[in-house]
Design a protein around this ligand. Structure first.
Ligand code: AGP
Length: 611
């Protein structure tokens, strides 16, 4: 939920840390701060501020912090309001230690009470501050900073990724993680800590992913990893193929628009990566094939957009490989004692791989002996480490808070998985699979055709940007598309929007239809097309403003609707991959027209790592 960065080297820590923070702003941005050990007097200097990182940058321009060792933080508040005093970094009583933290310390109240009794003085309402006072408590009688940190972390319940520095040991940067991501950037005579890869890509592509319960002690020229219990760990850096440009906007006005337009390329890459000859292959998936053959039922668990991908996944898997599938939002799944056993496959879908409810859901699933396969976009994320098998979506860094390319990459993972299982279980002949894969290979080109018309879609969207609410209607495999379209609009434009199964219209939503509301109807050619046409007639009769998404060449729909966005004709089961592009663009252009902060919508963060 927050972004942390650490630096030790020969350059200005302030400049490196600010650059890193900016690339992590999507993880949380309601306040930020930085601590640097001053190379002249070895004192810790700290600057922090509520608001976006640009505010902190302005303060540092006026009063720069000199030094080559430091830590920094961009926050999404969980304990304590997003204000100056609660912004990280936090310090001990004597201001000799400084810490940044991403996660939640669940037992912080009891720890804080004990520390106050021992004379410690707290300034903030945050859970984080207890950690730095614990370190202060243990950092005496000759104990090293490392030993004091180790002892402190053992007392914590909850999750943390931390960066710690001390003016008493101004040649060390310490990091540790449990339940929140932390990576090490390995440079030449400099090293980095960060919550995520984009923060370090401007300086190095050599990255080590810290695992759960691990700590690292960094100097300018050494990386020493150990378990929290002190056992030495050796791990080589992974080479990251992304360059920093991928994590920047590349000329688009917003990350979201860039990422919408990246989708054809990502799907092209996935098709090349996953299809060899006429077979689907997964290199990183580790669940043995004989175990997958025993699967009798599947549970899909996810949140938000990933949940909508899971809903499409249900239609895909049930129709292609005839395995029964249930879909749950993670926050429900984890508390409802699901009926799982060793023949159940739980598929966790998550772009970030750090969503707290989804992580908790799969921990619950493993208690029942279910195998867990995650569909995830972030290499080395917590979810991937908790899973028995992983299908990476390889969508590259998704910087916009509203998920777009990760969603279509998740859908692709379900298509590939369905054909893979169908082949494994022998439920589809090879020729049929080859035929379907040939259809799937048309999708990138078909998406490009839709994107060629995005200027027209923008004009249509802007024409409706004044409306006070939207209803999205879809059927069968595009019912989840309706939910996703509504989520996209509401989360970036703040317009109330609701997705509904079109067949449910008469059971309530029809009461909403009038000339002040737009109704987005998803009606590509399909076995339920005629049913959608009936819905259109019912909406027209009540003067609803209809925007239809229909298949190229559809003449009939013109009799019903004036505002139509056409998508290329494709197999019905693949249509969510095309339908979603107009839905994303409608949301984007309405939000821009309304002057909303498209990439960082209010109250939201890219990864919800708390319940
Ligand atoms: C999607 O646009 C939202 N930002 C949000 O619903 C998101 O999909 C959800 O929080 C799940 O995130 P995850 O995929 O990283 O687990």
């Amino acid at each position: 939920m927050c972004g942390i960065v650490g630096y030790i080297g020969n350059r200005s820590a302030q400049d490196v840390l600010l650059g890193g923070l900016k690339r992590l702003e999507y993880r949380g941005y309601d306040s930020s701060g930085i601590s640097v050990i001053n190379s002249d007097n070895s004192k810790i200097s700290t600057q922090k501020s509520p608001g976006k990182i640009a505010v902190l940058e302005g303060l540092l321009k006026k009063k720069p912090l000199g030094g080559n060792l430091g830590i920094a933080h961009s926050r999404w508040a969980t304990h304590g309001a997003p204000n100056h005093i609660n912004a990280h970094p936090h310090a001990d009583c004597k201001k000799e230690i400084s810490i940044v933290h991403n996660g939640i310390i669940e037992n912080y109240e009891s720890l804080k009470t004990g520390l106050i009794k021992e004379g410690h003085h707290f300034l903030s309402q945050t859970d984080t501050e207890v950690i730095v006072h614990l370190i202060e408590k243990f950092y005496k009688n000759g104990a090293s900073l490392e030993e004091a940190v180790r002892k402190s972390l053992r007392l914590l319940a909850g999750s943390f990724a931390i960066g710690v520095i001390s003016s008493r040991e101004p040649d060390k940067l310490i990091g540790a993680r449990l339940g929140s991501p932390l990576i090490i950037g390995v440079g030449k005579d400099e090293n980095f800590l960060a919550s995520d890869v984009p923060a370090v890509l401007g300086s190095t592509k050599e990255v080590i992913f810290l695992e759960e319960n691990e700590m690292v002690v960094l100097s300018k020229d050494s990386v020493r990893i150990s378990s929290l219990s002190g056992k030495k760990v050796s791990r080589n850096p992974a080479h990251i193929s992304w360059d920093i440009a991928q994590a920047q906007k590349q000329g688009y006005k917003h990350f979201m628009l860039k990422e919408i337009n990246e989708q054809p390329k990502i799907i092209e890459n996935l098709l090349k990566m996953r299809i060899k000859g006429e077979k689907v292959i997964f290199d990183e998936q580790k669940i043995p094939e004989e175990k997958l053959k025993e699967i009798k039922n599947i549970f899909i668990v996810a949140c938000g957009t990933a949940y909508h991908a899971g809903m499409v996944g249900k239609y895909i898997i049930e129709s292609i490989c005839s395995i029964p599938v249930s879909v749950d939002v993670s926050s429900e799944f984890r508390y409802r004692n699901p009926l799982l056993d060793k023949n159940t496959l739980v598929i966790a879908v998550s772009q970030s791989g750090e969503t707290a409810d989804t992580l908790a859901g799969i921990k619950e699933a493993k208690k029942y002996g279910a195998r867990v396969l995650s569909i995830c976009n972030v290499l080395g994320s917590s979810l991937t480490r908790e899973s028995d098998g992983v299908i990476y979506t390889h969508a590259g860094p998704e910087m916009g808070v509203a998920s777009t390319k990760a969603y279509t990459a998740q859908l692709m993972a379900f298509y590939f998985l369905a054909f893979y299982l169908a082949e494994l279980k022998g439920v589809l002949p090879r020729e049929k699979i080859a035929q379907e894969l040939a259809e799937l290979k048309k999708i990138p080109h078909q998406q490009k055709d839709i994107l060629k018309d995005q200027a027209a879609i923008a004009i249509l969207a802007r024409r409706h940007s004044h409306l006070g609410s939207f209803l999205y209607l879809g059927r069968h495999v595009n019912f989840p598309s309706a939910l996703e379209g509504a989520l996209k609009l509401k989360e970036i434009s703040y317009i109330p929007a609701e997705g509904y199964a079109a067949g449910e219209m008469k059971h309530g939503p029809i009461a909403l239809i009038d000339e002040y509301r737009a109704v987005v109807c998803i009606c590509p050619q399909s076995h339920v097309y005629e049913k959608m046409i009936s819905n259109l007639q019912e909406i027209r009769a009540r003067r609803g403003k209809i925007i239809a998404i229909a298949s190229l060449g559809d003449k009939k729909i013109k009799e019903q609707v004036k505002e139509i966005i056409y998508i290329p004709l494709c197999s019905e089961i693949f249509s969510p991959l095309l339908v979603v592009l107009p839905l994303q663009l409608i949301a984007y252009h309405i939000a821009v027209k309304r002057g909303c902060d498209v990439d960082q919508p209010r109250n939201l963060a890219k990864s919800v790592t708390v319940e």
